[in-house]
Design a protein around this ligand. Structure first.
Ligand code: ISL
Ligand code: CA
Length: 564
């Protein structure tokens, strides 16, 4: 679909109409055989993305970085990571994307930088360095302990003692990711300047990494015991966050009519409208964690039920309300693969359940975000020992939980196998060639051995593939305003296996019915609904007759119906 770039003159919220595809550059496509994905590799696959029909690419960090957290630790915001290519490669990629009607949003990581960023190198040099207050420095306790009990998400304390000046600096994530001090107006100026740099190159907006964290609690008091397990609820609730975002909107996002999606880690559904209500002038939309973290207690995997999933989605829709907007996603680079997490990745049901999940993601009243490989039904990786993992989060948790004897290794590995971020970071599976056609070299992270069966080349040739079902769903969404803007009503929230909801815009009414399971069952439509016709299903539905009110649902059937 050709999508002309939003221009400052365009008043419409163009970002409500798009389907976004997230590219994790390290794992997308390697064009020069060094085993690492790169920008030219992305450019080589733009025809594939155009065929899929997506409108926007969200590119995970492509900036110069020492890769302590795979690029979420930026050393130079205006330089492309050497392993990914050059600025000329970036410009060529962006030009080719836009020639194909694809917009690009990039990852704005400004809660923290790399400790190798020149700002931090200066800041740590002396207590009176002009850039000292770019970061958050505090004296330790009189006994030398850290300033407070804040934990890092990657294990250990969120404070690191820096011997040069004898003070601690704050890092919510890795020790190599010092938090920026947003109370310092110079930090605002530096961030707004780098945002302009990329917007002036033609980038259409930003995904904003843990953006609610940028405002810190005054005085940085200790967390209470019940807050320690989930510090994100405190970190995301600082007093200035909305002022900072309203300033960013006023100075940058609004003048450029830029799309902005905030990673709202720790933001409750009651708080979400404060970020997305268009009348407040902050962000276009946010990622909520209520679905992807439904079955998570920190590093532990817990169970989930379909009614709980449905309730979370209904609350996300309500939180968007009339003046806000939401995102719809089941996977990203921080989560396990959608079909392994919420579907059934057994050989019998993987494809059909992957199509059912795609139907769910692509028919919400929200901007859908697909993660690279979702469109192929790629699955979690068969991790064995801790050495199979690359993720700094796993390494930190292993040190904190297993090496201290708090958690038996086998127990930790059983949970992290299911929840690890590395599940989604294994390389894209392009073909049945060695390493899935991702690289002609040695991949930086092992390719899932099931690439022989699950790969893009095979699916492009198979009209019933997961890929082509995504393509049909995206095309349907593009031509059906009710599936974008229509009111969302879950018509059977308590049902344990059926997910059924309507999307209504004026006199256009659609019904989406998903059978979340392998049990076939009869389903009598509640509320006097009757069907006009089936519009699109995942190859398992029966042909319903007009006026039908009783459905016979096959295992993992996913059907979109037009209602009378
Ligand atoms: O590990 C998590 C919290 O326990 C993840 O949910 C993740 O770290 C969190 O959602 C924040 O994610 C973002 O910021 C991190 C980076 O590691 C993630 O990849 C990024 O998406 C620090 O930049
Ligand atoms: Ca490469």
């Amino acid at each position: 679909m050709s999508q002309t770039r939003a221009t400052p003159q365009r008043p419409t919220a163009w970002w409500k109409e798009v389907v976004v595809y997230q590219v994790y550059p390290r794992s997308f496509n390697d064009s020069n055989g060094d085993g690492i994905g790169d920008l030219n590799g992305i450019t080589a696959k733009l025809g594939y993305l155009q065929q899929l029909g997506i409108d926007v690419v969200w590119l995970s960090p492509h900036f110069d970085s020492p890769n302590a957290d795979n690029g979420y630790d930026i050393r130079n915001y205006r330089q492309v990571l050497a392993e990914f290519g050059t600025m000329a490669d970036f410009d060529r990629m962006l030009e080719d994307m836009r020639a194909r009607g694809i917009e690009l949003i990039i990852d704005l990581v400004v809660n923290h930088t790399s400790d190798e960023h020149v700002w931090f190198a200066d800041s740590r040099r002396s207590r009176d360095n002009p850039r000292r207050d770019y970061y958050i420095w505090r004296d330790g306790k009189p006994d030398g302990a850290p300033p407070n009990n804040y934990p890092s998400f990657f294990g250990g304390s969120a404070w690191q003692l820096d011997p040069t000046t004898g003070q601690y600096y704050l890092h919510y994530f890795d020790v190599k990711q010092p938090d920026l001090n947003w109370e310092n107006p110079q930090v605002h100026a530096e961030v707004f300047d780098l945002m302009r740099f990329w917007l002036d190159k033609g980038v259409a907006g930003f995904r904003m990494d843990v953006i609610p964290f940028i405002s810190k609690q005054p005085g940085l008091p200790d967390l209470a015991p019940d807050q320690l397990a989930h510090p994100e609820f405190v970190y995301s609730n600082g007093p200035q966050v909305h002022q900072y975002l309203q300033r960013m909107h006023h100075e940058i996002l609004d003048p450029y009519n830029a799309m902005s999606v905030g990673e709202a880690f720790g933001v409750t559904l009651e708080q979400a409208p404060l970020f997305t209500d268009a009348q407040r002038g902050e962000l276009s939309m946010v990622f909520q964690f209520d679905v992807v973290r439904l079955d998570r207690d920190n590093w532990r995997k817990t169970d989930w039920t379909l009614p709980a999933l449905k309730a979370a989605l209904a609350r996300i829709d309500q939180a968007a309300g009339l003046h806000g907007w939401a995102t719809s996603y089941l996977c990203n680079h921080d989560n396990p693969r959608a079909v392994s997490h919420f579907g059934d990745d057994s050989p019998a049901w993987r494809e059909r359940s992957a199509k059912a999940l795609a139907t769910l993601v692509l028919t919400q009243r929200a901007t859908p975000f697909l993660y690279q490989g979702d469109e192929l039904g790629m699955t979690n990786y068969p991790f064995q020992g801790v050495k199979d993992y690359d993720d700094v989060e796993v390494r930190g948790q292993w040190r904190q939980l297993v090496e201290t004897g708090r958690v038996p290794a086998a127990e930790y590995l059983e949970h992290v196998r299911q929840t690890s971020r590395d599940n989604a970071r294994t390389p894209m599976q392009w073909s049945a060639d060695p390493h899935g056609g991702f690289t002609t070299g040695q991949p930086w992270l092992a390719v899932n051995p099931n690439y022989v069966e699950i790969n893009a080349a095979a699916q492009l040739e198979d009209p019933d593939s997961v890929f082509h079902h995504h393509r049909r769903l995206i095309a349907l969404r593009h031509q059906t305003p009710a599936l974008v803007h229509g009111a969302y009503v879950d018509i059977d929230p308590k049902h344990e296996q059926i997910f059924a909801y309507t999307r209504t815009l004026a006199d256009e009414r659609y019904l989406v019915v998903l059978n979340f399971g392998t049990r076939p069952l009869e389903y009598a439509l509640p509320g006097g609904l009757s069907i006009e016709r089936a519009v699109l299903d995942n190859g398992s539905g029966d042909a319903v007759t007009a006026g039908a009110t009783l459905l016979t649902l096959a295992p993992w059937q996913a059907t979109i119906y037009k209602l009378d």
